[in-house]
Design a binder for this molecule. Structure first.
Ligand code: ZN
Length: 465
């Protein structure tokens, strides 16, 4: 399994060997979450719930089906999704009068209800989210977690009294993203999507992109400011203090199971998965090193350590299978368990436990008396190191270019005058995707890579995943 020479093959191999998902389900692009993969996703969902609950959002759960009549109210939105939605046309033996869309995202499910819920300025801000599956008919080649037709997804939707208030929601979302990034050890760039690539119906879209080892950017989520683009067709109004009825300003923030794909791609190596400790279903695995006559003593010690770690709520597993230690090491390396603890006769004599880090192979010992503190400390160091290394990679993946010849396999940064004409020409002639311009101000002084006009705007592009 060589990550650097053939990323795509390596990726598929890891997903299968680590037991993350099973794509043999008889609908292409709709995969089965197998236990190990689902446990990782559940950890991520737990962080998301904690963050959204902690910032005043309420969890809801909307129906899966949306009537065509509601789905078509926002003109740009329907144009954007027309080619990739699934339809329900029959109920039992009867053809439906109004067809139903299987949600590709939930704006058009939620907003008719928001128009009933929002009455007065005292009802605002309204902040809700849900963690559900959405459905999109992908026509490109499907790939586990990265391009699937049934997508595990979280989406938060908010309504505000003004554009400024909605803007502060976007800022709050960036804070949530920053904290999530620390837990998942995932770096990202904030790029303002182009007019033709923004979410259908949005005022603007900020794409959250993470660099994959093949130099391509993977969109791991997006944040949208809608202004009143949806509240007008869906009639979401509130009565202000002067007694006037005013349209609410709205935002959304969404991320999906692609986070799992990004974790695999950013951190994995030739031996397999490398999981950040906060999301690892097993944070530490104990391998007893059995030799002649020591089995009872070693197993007793191993169980003692397991119990201590368990009680401290560290996710631990004692591998007591009747196999050679070497083959156990191999199995847990594929699964990306952050920390391996080894207990043999010599360790017991020294009242210590040997450890090996999955991320960088670092080794050492922890005194048995302070095993909980020791393991916690090392898991913390692993998380921090993985986070720092991933950001370093993200930064070094960017190449600033002034010519379109001999393009490196990296994320490209270049001058763009901002015109749609140059943007389209850039994409069409180079088979690249224009990811957008930096959301936060970035110094740039150069010329448009297409028309040659002077510009202070940098743009980013990469091949599509
Ligand atoms: Zn130009």
């Amino acid at each position: 399994m060589e990550k650097d020479t053939n990323f795509n093959e390596w990726y598929n191999d890891i997903v299968e060997k680590a037991g993350l998902s099973d794509k043999r389900y008889p609908i292409k692009g709709m995969n089965v979450w197998t236990p190990y993969g689902w446990k990782i996703m559940r950890q991520i969902d737990t962080f998301i719930r904690r963050e959204l609950d902690g910032t005043g959002h309420d969890e809801v759960c909307f129906p899966l089906l949306i009537p065509e009549t509601e789905f078509k109210k926002e003109k740009e939105h329907i144009k954007g999704f027309d080619s990739e939605v699934y339809w329900v046309t029959h109920a039992g033996l009867n053809e439906l009068d109004v067809r139903l869309v299987v949600r590709p995202t939930s704006e058009t499910a939620m907003y008719p209800m928001f128009s009933l819920w929002v009455r007065s300025h005292t009802d605002l801000p309204l902040k809700v989210y849900q963690i559900v599956n959405t459905f999109r008919y992908e026509t490109k080649q499907t790939r586990s977690f990265i391009r699937v037709r049934e997508i595990h997804f979280f989406e938060s939707h908010t309504c505000h009294v003004s554009e400024e208030d909605a803007q502060s929601q976007v800022e709050e979302d960036f804070g949530i993203l920053e904290r999530l990034s620390k837990e998942l050890c995932l770096p990202y760039s904030l790029l303002m999507r182009t007019e033709w690539d923004k979410f259908p119906g949005a005022h603007y879209t900020v794409g959250l992109d993470t660099a994959m080892p093949n130099g391509r950017m993977l969109q791991i989520g997006s944040i949208h400011h809608y202004r009143t683009n949806f509240s007008i067709p869906y009639n979401i109004t509130y009565e202000n203090e002067a007694g006037e009825h005013v349209h609410a300003h709205q935002t959304t923030y969404g991320m999906s199971e692609r986070l799992v794909g990004a974790i695999i791609g950013v951190h994995g190596d030739d031996k397999g998965l490398v999981l950040p400790p906060p999301v690892a279903p097993i944070q530490a695995v104990i391998i007893p090193i059995i030799s002649k006559g020591n089995a009872d003593v070693v197993m007793e010690e191993a169980r003692k350590i397991e119990k201590k770690l368990n009680e401290a709520r560290i996710r631990v597993k004692l591998d007591d299978r009747d196999e050679r230690p070497g083959s156990k090491f191999f199995d847990w390396e594929i699964k990306g368990v952050p920390l391996r603890l080894e207990i043999g006769t010599r360790d017991i004599e020294k009242e210590a436990v040997s450890f090996v880090r999955r991320d960088d192979g670092g080794k050492g010992t922890i005194a048995t008396g302070s095993i909980v503190e020791g393991v916690r400390l090392i898991l913390g160091v692993i998380r921090k190191d993985m986070y720092d290394r991933a950001w370093e990679k993200q930064r070094s993946n960017v190449a600033t270019i002034t010519s379109l010849k001999d393009l490196p396999e990296k994320t490209l940064r270049f001058g763009w005058c901002g015109s749609e004409e140059c943007g389209h020409r850039f994409e069409d002639e180079n088979e690249l995707k224009l990811l957008g311009t930096p959301y936060e101000h970035e110094e740039f002084d150069g010329t448009c890579i297409i028309c040659g006009k002077h510009t202070n705007k940098a743009a980013y592009a990469s091949r599509s995943m």
